[in-house]
Ligand binder design. Structure first.
Ligand SMILES: Nc1ncnc2c1ncn2[C@@H]1O[C@H](COP(=O)(O)OP(=O)(O)O)[C@@H](O)[C@H]1O
Ligand SMILES: [Mg+2]
Length: 310
């Protein structure tokens, strides 16, 4: 089942005479499958926040439509099942972390007897238990981002929408956020998050889409989108004769502590022919796997090509 679907979704900001010529989002068609983590990627100004606001029913499309759980996003049942972290959330500085989450829990109509436990659970998930009684006004950007994430998962949503959740987090915080996303996915939650920070996004996404200047450049499974750039051969211990044969053609070699080797080859006829020859002679010595370009390489290739055309 598709959790989010957009049909020619278009948004042009402004009104009548003041309407901008260029749409912020131009005929977007995407389908997000249940239970997957989707990375919604694009440079600044690409139209990511605009799309998220349309999904969240915070602004209205100029043309086209969006369906969430197969329904109009204004449907109350839809809203109840979404957890949302906006791109620049504002917090009341005089509230403590606990008090803020308590208000959110009341808004979500979490039963009074379960509220405290659930708040402590989400504070633990974002590693903020120690700060439960501190005022939000004294929190750093990263700490506020964690509280924002805590409120987004408070109602155990079926769909989690996060707008630039990695911004403001240090590498450690980013890793923890990724762990939370993976954990949410394990619980069956569909996660849709936007990002312009690509490094290690690919490790947690099942599917991605790339947007540039309001136009969708691609959408699909990450392993199908990234091109194969070569081959990695893992040579089991005790097969040094195979390593000797192949080493000269490899672009990278690593000897592992257990005596096995990892050899990396670029796509070349000579290398591929030699590998299949060695594999034929000693089928159990080698384990082969394709190597792919990184998401970063793919992203810049796509975005630069689309910018060249316009
Ligand atoms: N409220 C608004 N009024 C006018 N233009 C807007 C508004 N919000 C966003 N835009 C414009 O729409 C485009 C897409 O913005 P946005 O969706 O925020 O991109 P992203 O989140 O990918 O950085 C940008 O050119 C931005 O300047
Ligand atoms: Mg944005």
């Amino acid at each position: 089942m598709n959790i989010i679907e957009t049909f020619d979704l278009t948004k042009t900001y402004g009104f009548l005479f003041w309407k901008k010529k260029e749409p912020a989002l131009d005929k977007l068609n995407i389908a997000i499958q249940e239970g997957l983590v989707h990375g919604f990627l694009g440079p600044n100004g690409a139209g990511k926040t605009t799309t998220i606001k349309l999904i969240m029913d915070l602004i209205f499309p100029t043309h086209g439509e969006v369906k969430v759980f197969g329904k109009d996003p204004s449907d109350l049942d839809v809203k109840k099942n979404i957890g949302f972290l906006p791109d620049s959330p504002a917090f009341s500085s005089y509230l403590s972390a606990y008090d803020f989450l308590n208000i959110c829990a009341k808004l979500h109509q979490i039963h009074a007897l379960k509220r405290r436990d659930r708040i402590m659970e989400v504070l633990a998930a974002v590693k903020m238990e120690k700060h439960r009684d501190s005022k939000l006004g004294g929190f750093s950007r990263g700490m506020l981002q964690r509280i924002g994430i805590a409120q987004a998962i408070l109602n155990k949503p079926k769909l989690l929408i996060l707008d630039e959740p990695l911004v403001g987090l240090d590498p450690h915080g980013r890793q923890e956020l990724k762990d939370i996303i993976v954990e949410e996915k394990k619980n069956g939650t569909t996660v849709f998050f936007s990002s312009h920070i690509l490094s290690d996004v690919e490790k947690i996404c099942d599917t991605i889409s790339i947007l540039n200047r309001g136009v969708l450049l691609c959408c699909g499974r990450i392993d199908e989108l990234l091109s194969v750039t070569g081959l990695r051969a893992h040579v089991n211990p005790g097969n040094d004769d195979c390593v000797k044969e192949l080493m000269g053609l490899a672009s990278g070699t690593i000897k592992l502590p257990n005596g096995s080797w990892d050899l990396v080859f670029q796509n070349s006829e000579e290398a591929m022919a030699k590998i299949s020859q060695v594999k034929e002679k000693a089928p159990d010595a080698l384990v082969l796997a394709p190597t792919r370009e990184s998401l970063e390489e793919f992203f810049f290739r796509k975005v630069e090509n689309s910018t060249d055309i316009s």
